[in-house]
Ligand binder design. Structure first.
Ligand SMILES: [Zn+2]
Length: 156
């Protein structure tokens, strides 16, 4: 299976895309190379593919007519699409990498507000129902039982 990277536009085997369970096909829309570049060099890498230098023989590209205005209905449909959601996720991630300190400070401030505390409690309630949490809890309890048994042995 192949997939086109939304950043560099290359068609690559699906294994070249980082796994992401939230995506319909289980992989992010950008390839590992673009993912790495965006992650580590946010300012040096453009999200749009860089246009190649035109060769002297090439005619300048004709000016494209401006796009027709989209109806609110079309825009609304686009905003709900996976494509738009992923673009937003990428933008948010990019913003986070570029303003990490500020984001962390904001999160900390938000968590101290009434609403932030509520959200956190809601999140934890949902998280405690997940298999991941249940597995972690099981492992932790087993560990505690073992430590307790060890202590009792030592006391005897
Ligand atoms: Zn790419």
């Amino acid at each position: 299976m192949k997939k086109v990277c939304i950043v560099c536009g290359q068609e690559l085997p699906i294994e070249q895309f980082p796994e992401n369970r939230r995506m319909p096909d289980g992989h992010l829309g950008w390839c590992f190379e673009c993912f790495a570049l965006r992650t580590w060099k946010p300012k040096q890498h453009q999200i749009e593919p860089v246009a190649e230098e035109p060769t002297p023989e090439e005619q300048p590209a004709p000016v494209e007519p401006s796009k027709p205005k989209r109806s609110p209905k079309v825009i609304r449909r686009y905003k709900r699409s996976e494509e738009s959601k992923e673009r937003n996720r990428i933008r948010a991630r990019q913003y986070y990498y570029e303003h990490r300190e500020r984001c962390i400070a904001n999160q900390r401030r938000y968590r101290q507000t009434e609403q932030g505390r509520k959200r956190k409690a809601e999140h934890m309630r949902a998280y405690r129902k997940t298999e991941k949490y249940q597995a972690w809890l099981k492992a932790r309890n087993a560990q505690r039982r073992e430590a307790y048994a060890q202590k009792r042995l030592e006391r005897q």
